[in-house]
Structure formats: structure tokens, C-alpha cells
Design a protein around this ligand. Structure first.
Ligand code: G
Ligand code: G
Ligand code: MN
Ligand code: NA
Length: 252
């Protein structure tokens, strides 16, 4: 309850900030970054989003927090668009189901794109399979409207949910993001390796991009390359970092 009261104050007190984690290719080229929310609590210090996002979802604070994240990210995207060394970068933003299901979610995103003049085609919204457990046709309709405006979609934590493959085929997705739990166990667990290989094959057959998250070792990266996954995110390349510490222009 205490944490919840503090969370209500966090936006007006400007205690949130974003970290950014690079998304790289085989050759080490940075294609984009994922924005990850951080809360610097005045007494507790850094509180993990794994702890406060579920709380924010329960009490709907996620709607205001999510709008702040989107607006901050889009401002960054607009700044990069004006910089020849960075204008190619995509920016991935996590959107929680609760936030996405708001009736005016599409209008909010469009208003933020208009206000910040961020290039919509470089904005990638990360949604999870849980979004499609209920009201899936509404969710799909919203995705289609945003896609018309140029926004891209990535299916985050893929493989951990229950989405039916026939439904996924009907969604306007651009990318599948292989969940880090499978990547972690790739070399020690045959079932995880088989799941990762299937996701890569599924992405190819649906003509979607595929990215592996949570890549921590060269051996994991090499296995992924051998199985035709060529985009990665993880500690092997970089931790999520504050903007000032990101080195976006050079390969890592
Ligand atoms: O960055 P970290 O690994 O601690 O993130 C933990 C969880 O919080 C992840 O599931 C991540 O998707 C989620 N998360 C991080 N930033 C955001 C955000 O801006 N919005 C939402 N909805 N979830 C986020
Ligand atoms: O759910 P989502 O995929 O948005 O969450 C991403 C989370 O994974 C972030 O909290 C981020 O800090 C974390 N993360 C990023 N790279 C790695 C990694 O290589 N290993 C581990 N264990 N976590 C990672
Ligand atoms: Mn994510
Ligand atoms: Na994920």
C-alpha cells in the first residue's frame, strides 16, 4: 500500500526515467533500441519494473505512466530523426495490455506522434500475447489503425503465452521477440532449443522479423546465427543504459 501511494506521486515528482538497450545484428550494427522504464524511489532507490508495473496495472496508473513513457520515447525518436548518424534507429516501447485496452489508446498515440513529430515508422510497440486473450478483435482493430499511421508491432516474450498461431497470422505484426527464458536455456535444454528453432521457422513462414532477447554469451549468439536468427538484444552487447552512456554510432 505504501509503495502504491509512492507510485501515485512518482510522475508529478519526476522520479521516472528511461533506459535504453541496443538491438544489434550479426555484424554488431545497432538497428534500434528498446526503452525500459526505471523508477528512482527517493528512499528505496531503484525499484524494478518487475515490481511496480504489475502494481501500476492493477490500479490503472499504468495508463498515465505509459503515456509518459510513449511521449518521452517519441521525443527521443524525433531528436534522433534530426541526426544523420542516428536517424535509422528504431525505438521499441513496451505497452501493457491495460494501457492498450483504453478506448482512446490509438488517439493518444497519434496525438503524441503529432506533437513530437516522431517518425511513426521508427516506433515499434511491444505487445504481449496476453493482449489477445480477451477482446482480441478490438485489439487487432487498434493495431490496424496504428499500422495505417505507420507504427510497427513486435510480439514480446513470444512463446510464453497461449496465442493461437492462426490468430497471430491475422495480426499486423512486424516482429516476433523470442523470450529470454528460452534463450537462457538454449544450450542446456533441448526443449528450449527446439522452441527457439520453431519460433525462428514460424517467423520466416509468416514473413516476420525475429529477434532474440536476453543473449548473454557468444555461444548463444553463435547458435542463433547458425539457426538463422540475426538480430539480438542482451547483456552480451549492452545492458539497458541511460541515454548519456549509450554509444549508438559505433558498432559494439
Ligand atoms: O527492464 P527490466 O528487465 O527490469 O523490465 C522488467 C519488466 O518490465 C519487463 O517485462 C519489461 O517489459 C517491463 N517494462 C519495462 N519498461 C516498461 C514500460 O515502459 N512499460 C511497460 N508496460 N512495461 C515495461
Ligand atoms: O519483458 P521485456 O522483454 O520487455 O523485458 C526485458 C527485460 O530483460 C528488461 O528488464 C531487461 O533489463 C532484461 N534484460 C535485457 N537483457 C538481458 C539479458 O541479457 N539477460 C537478462 N537476464 N535480462 C536481460
Ligand atoms: Mn520488451
Ligand atoms: Na520480452
Amino acid at each position: 500500500a505504501r509503495l502504491e501511494a509512492d507510485l501515485r506521486q512518482a510522475l508529478p515528482r519526476e522520479e521516472f526515467h528511461l533506459h535504453y538497450q541496443p538491438q544489434v545484428t550479426d555484424s554488431g550494427e545497432i538497428r534500434g533500441v528498446e526503452a525500459l522504464l526505471r523508477w528512482q524511489h527517493p528512499r528505496r532507490g531503484a525499484v524494478s519494473p518487475g515490481e511496480f508495473i504489475p502494481l501500476a496495472e492493477e490500479n490503472r496508473l499504468i495508463v498515465a505512466i505509459g503515456a509518459w513513457v510513449l511521449e518521452s520515447a517519441c521525443r527521443q525518436l524525433a531528436a534522433w530523426a534530426a541526426d544523420p548518424a542516428r536517424r535509422h534507429l528504431t525505438l521499441a516501447v513496451n505497452v501493457s495490455p491495460r494501457q492498450f485496452r483504453e478506448v482512446d489508446f490509438v488517439e493518444r498515440v497519434v496525438a503524441i506522434l503529432d506533437a513530437t513529430r516522431a517518425p511513426a515508422e521508427r516506433l515499434k510497440l511491444e505487445v504481449t500475447e496476453s493482449l489477445f486473450l480477451e477482446e482480441r478483435d478490438e485489439a487487432r482493430a487498434k493495431m490496424l489503425r496504428l499500422r495505417e499511421r505507420g507504427v510497427r508491432f513486435s510480439l514480446d516474450d513470444f512463446g510464453t503465452g497461449y496465442s493461437s498461431l492462426s490468430y497471430i497470422k491475422r495480426l499486423p505484426l512486424d516482429q516476433l521477440k523470442i523470450d529470454q527464458s528460452f534463450v537462457r536455456d538454449l544450450l542446456v535444454d533441448e526443449a528450449s532449443a527446439a522452441i527457439v528453432a520453431s519460433i525462428i521457422a514460424l517467423a520466416r513462414s509468416l514473413e516476420l522479423e525475429v529477434i532474440a532477447e536476453g543473449v548473454e554469451t557468444e555461444a548463444q549468439r553463435d547458435w542463433l546465427i547458425a539457426h538463422e536468427c540475426h538480430a539480438f538484444q542482451g547483456y552480451l552487447f549492452s545492458r539497458p543504459l541511460p541515454l548519456e552512456e549509450l554509444h549508438l554510432s559505433k558498432a559494439c
